[in-house]
Design a protein around this ligand. Structure first.
Ligand SMILES: *[C@@H]1O[C@H](CO)[C@@H](O)[C@H](O)[C@H]1NC(C)=O
Ligand SMILES: *[C@@H]1O[C@H](CO)[C@@H](O)[C@H](O)[C@H]1NC(C)=O
Ligand SMILES: *[C@@H]1O[C@H](CO)[C@@H](O)[C@H](O)[C@H]1NC(C)=O
Ligand SMILES: *[C@@H]1O[C@H](CO)[C@@H](O)[C@H](O)[C@H]1NC(C)=O
Ligand SMILES: *[C@@H]1O[C@H](CO)[C@@H](O)[C@H](O)[C@H]1NC(C)=O
Length: 508
């Protein structure tokens, strides 16, 4: 392959995509919608964990582990000291968030839960920032009803403004109806929280000298400041000129001059939830960033792809400019093994190897992340797929003996079990063999069609559509392919979740 010639110093990630046609009769969701639907997962994960820990003392890992998609557990969540009524409401919110996560993840691939910092200190930092001075003792969101409600004031509202912002940009009916459904409940949660706080607006948040209303105003002002797009956030008590129709100071809902909900872009949302005022500087509730943010961190990435005229596969090439030299794996490109897809753990292992190792990306650099992402699945592969020849011979011997012995029900069951095991091994060997014979490399998909159709009908489709990806990393590559800078935003899935690359769509 001409692509293997080494020259320039940039290195390139190559994704060979097996883009085989989808047979689903469902409406295709355009990529722009996928982005807009996936981004809110960042916030939905935060809400789900924060509410769930407060109400139950446990989070997704214990209650709905599938929804995490293998992301690292949150830091610092704990059971809040709540009255029965508030605990009941927060438990309902938590479960509603689980539903939201499932609804989004069953419409788009999504990504593993990002690392979340929901520690008391994380909230205290925001509150200190809001007041422009450290409160003593530090604000503890988990201490009591009022504190918890104030902390909750921080979250669904940001999600709500994000959904309002996303809505006008959605193309497909499916995406629109999902966002409408999410927005409805998200605003409901915000309204409940605000109402409960409004009832207590003039109470002091002990031991501080500030009232609930003052907390709300300070937090809203901080969000306006971080968001950098003017007033999109209002406290519980405002100047009458800012209330509904400019004539009332009670402000149980935050809305514009026509009492319409404010809209925020993903960038504004990130500036707020990172607490940094910059969408490319992570922190706050997301120590390693949310998922879209990686796009901003890697604005020097160019994305190209091979022409798709000779096959229904396309190699996606991700080129990083100005990146330090990256030596390992230069000689032999690393490959995603199709056989891995035979294991249910595959998506989790691949996703995990990225998410749990993404430290501060500016420090570690993408090269190291990629190396880690290559090493971990390889290690896993050795344990999950290392076929022990002695074991195979033992199985074969046992099968022969069973076939020669008298036919009993028990024997038949044993025979069936052993045959299944041997078939699995054979399928694996065959895939490995095919991958090793490079000529057939791009034809892999032809042989796999039946496999994928079978898998699709078993619900596999949702996790690994459409087909699977192979990415290879090597350096010193120049490409004659035309650049497609417009595709840069799509690269964010690589940085967030290589598994999501399975989903690189035909529209590239
Ligand atoms: C979680 O995923 C596994 C494997 O994909 C599946 O068998 C199981 O039913 C799922 N559990 C829930 C609660 O969805
Ligand atoms: C969580 O946030 C607090 C306060 O900002 C910080 O001290 C702590 O180190 C953070 N934890 C992680 C794991 O980022
Ligand atoms: C973040 O982006 C701004 C402008 O968009 C840039 O000036 C700044 O240097 C960036 N910061 C980092 C850490 O990349
Ligand atoms: C595919 O298209 C490229 C240019 O677009 C051309 O160079 C190449 O020969 C074509 N391949 C086949 C198999 O048609
Ligand atoms: C890389 O390709 C570009 C054209 O796409 C060309 O101008 C440049 O000279 C090439 N560099 C090397 C080192 O081959």
């Amino acid at each position: 392959m001409a692509l293997f010639s080494a020259s320039a110093t940039a290195f390139i990630g190559l994704l060979l995509l097996l883009l085989h046609g989808t047979s689903t009769g469902q409406e295709q969701i355009p990529n722009s919608d996928v982005d807009l639907l996936e981004f809110p997962l960042n916030l939905e994960f935060l809400e789900a964990e924060f509410f769930s820990f407060a109400a139950y003392g446990r989070g997704l890992d214990s209650i709905a582990p599938n929804l995490t998609q293998g992301g690292p557990p949150p830091v610092g969540g704990r059971r809040a000291n709540l009255s029965p009524l508030i605990r009941d409401i927060i438990a309902q919110f938590a479960l509603q968030e689980f539903g939201h996560l499932r609804a989004i993840q069953s419409t788009v691939r999504g990504f593993p839960r990002p690392l979340l910092n929901i520690s008391a200190e994380s909230f205290a930092t925001v509150i200190n920032q809001a007041f422009g001075q450290p409160l003593r003792p530090p604000f503890d969101p988990y201490a009591n009803d009022i504190n918890y409600l104030i902390a909750s004031y921080l979250i669904p509202y940001v999600g709500l403004t994000g959904y309002v912002g996303a809505n006008p940009n959605l193309q497909s009916t499916k995406a629109k109806s999902l966002v409408a459904g999410l927005l409805g409940v998200e605003s409901g949660q915000d309204a409940v929280i605000r109402t409960l706080l409004y009832e207590r607006a003039s109470l002091k948040v002990l031991p501080y000298p500030f009232t609930v209303a003052e907390f709300s105003t300070k937090i809203s002002n901080l969000r306006n400041k971080l968001g950098k797009e003017g007033v999109k956030d209002e406290g519980l008590i405002v100047e009458p000129a800012e209330g509904a129709e400019g004539r009332i100071s009670g402000n149980v809902l935050s809305a514009d001059k026509d009492s319409l909900a404010y809209a925020r872009t993903p960038e504004e949302v990130l500036r707020i939830v990172y607490g940094s005022g910059q969408a490319n500087v992570t922190g706050g509730f997301y120590p390693r960033g949310g998922v879209l943010s990686r796009t901003f961190l890697f604005s020097d990435v160019s994305v190209t792809h091979e022409p798709m005229n000779c096959s229904d596969h396309a190699a996606l090439i991700i080129r990083l400019t100005d990146t330090p030299e990256f030596r390992s794996h230069a000689a032999r490109p690393w490959r995603f093994k199709a056989a891995w897809l035979q294991s249910d753990q595959c998506v989790r292992v691949v996703g995990n190897s990225w998410v749990t190792t993404l430290g501060n990306i500016q420090e570690t650099g993408l090269a190291e992340q990629i190396a880690c992402c290559q090493a971990k699945p390889k290690l896993w592969s050795a344990t999950a797929f290392g076929v022990d020849k002695t074991w195979v011979r033992m199985l074969e011997g046992k099968l022969r003996r069973l076939l020669q012995s008298p036919i009993t029900l028990e024997n038949q069951l044993d025979i069936k079990t052993i045959q299944t095991k041997l078939e699995r091994i054979a399928a694996h060997d065959e895939t490995v063999w095919r991958q090793h014979s490079k000529v057939l490399w791009l034809r892999e998909e032809d042989r796999n069609t039946g496999y994928f159709h079978r898998k699709a009908s078993q619900g596999f489709e949702r996790t690994l559509l459409p087909g699977f990806a192979i990415w290879e990393i090597f350096r010193g590559q120049n490409s004659s392919l035309s650049d497609r800078p417009s595709q840069i935003p799509r690269v964010r899935c690589i940085f967030g979740y290589v598994g999501a690359c399975f989903e690189y769509s035909k529209t590239l």
